[in-house]
Each structure stands twice: as structure tokens, then as C-alpha cells.
Design a binder for this molecule. Structure first.
Ligand SMILES: [Zn+2]
Length: 174
């Protein structure tokens, strides 16, 4: 398989359980048990990692960016890994260019790391992750956690890498 140099992850449904029922309480966000080991493994193998996430709860007034920072610090602590988070705080109707499937945050992450799009892999569970990666020229791997099964059905016929969970990335990349 192709040797990627940079991994960009979606957050909800990819690294942690979807949080819809508890969307006003970020302390209820729980990581998937398999997320920490794969992130740590890739980090220790020297790969830069980033998380690109739509968090319209900011625009909706459910929480603010400080609350997100606290959550992301906690997740990094639980995973024992340093991750850079790229966050769209806007409402879907704001028409911003950072909300996935917009490419602005992915392009910012590539720029910050100095890695070319063709050397990068985006991992996510949503059509918006697929489309953002596609538009940015980044390869995409679909995980079947979160809304992955729905996404797989929506994108049926589109050739893409499918992993049961992000843990599959380890065998995929090594
Ligand atoms: Zn945005």
C-alpha cells in the first residue's frame, strides 16, 4: 500500500462515539476504545496526525471554543498523544468555507505540516469527509463506525478503502 506521511482524522463517529444525545454536555463524549492505541501507534511511528471536525454546536450555542479545547485536551490526555485540532465552529447555513465538505481546514493542515495532498490520508465516517478529501486531492478511507454504514450505502459504487474501525489503519499502513 501507499506510504502516507500524514493522517487526518474526522472526530465524531471516527475517534469517539457520536454525541447527539448529549450534545450539550461535552463531558459525556467518550472515545472509542480502539482510537487511543492506533493514534499512539502512529504517533510513536513518527506520523503527524490531525483532527478535522465540524462542530456547529458552537454556532448553535451548545458550547463554546473553550469547552471544545477542554474536551480535546482531555481526549489527548486519555489517548496519550498530541493532536492538532482543526475546527469549523459555524452553522451549516453560514456558508463558510471551513465546514467539511469544504476544503479549507484540510488545506490548512497540509500547509501547517508541509505535506503534499497526495502523501496524506483522510479517515472519516461521513459523506462530507469523503467529499472534502476528494476535493482537496487527499486519499480517503471510510470507517464503518459512526454513520459509516449509511455512508457506505450512499457512496455505493464509488471505489474507496473501507475499514471496520480506525484500528484497521494499522494493518493497512504497515
Ligand atoms: Zn466553518
Amino acid at each position: 500500500m501507499k506510504a502516507y506521511k500524514f493522517f487526518l482524522f474526522d472526530r465524531d463517529g471516527t475517534l469517539n462515539y457520536e454525541n447527539r444525545e448529549y450534545h450539550r454536555d461535552l463531558s459525556a463524549v467518550r472515545p472509542y476504545p480502539f482510537a487511543g492505541p492506533i493514534l499512539r501507534g502512529l504517533d510513536q511511528a513518527g506520523y503527524p496526525l490531525a483532527v478535522v471536525t465540524n462542530q456547529s454546536g458552537v454556532a448553535r450555542g451548545y458550547w463554546d471554543e473553550d469547552d471544545l479545547r477542554i474536551l480535546h485536551d482531555r481526549l489527548c490526555q486519555e489517548w496519550d498523544v498530541q493532536l492538532r485540532f482543526y475546527i469549523c465552529p459555524h452553522h451549516p447555513e453560514d456558508g463558510c468555507s471551513c465546514r467539511k465538505p469544504g476544503t479549507q481546514l484540510l488545506e490548512q493542515a497540509l500547509h501547517d505540516r508541509g505535506v503534499a495532498s497526495q502523501d496524506s490520508l483522510m479517515i472519516g465516517d461521513s459523506v462530507s469527509d469523503f467529499e472534502a478529501a476528494n476535493r482537496a486531492g487527499i486519499d480517503f478511507a471510510l470507517v464503518l463506525t459512526g454513520r459509516g454504514h449509511i455512508t457506505q450505502a450512499q457512496l455505493s459504487g464509488t471505489p474507496m478503502t473501507v475499514l471496520d474501525t480506525v484500528a484497521g489503519l494499522w494493518e493497512y499502513d504497515h
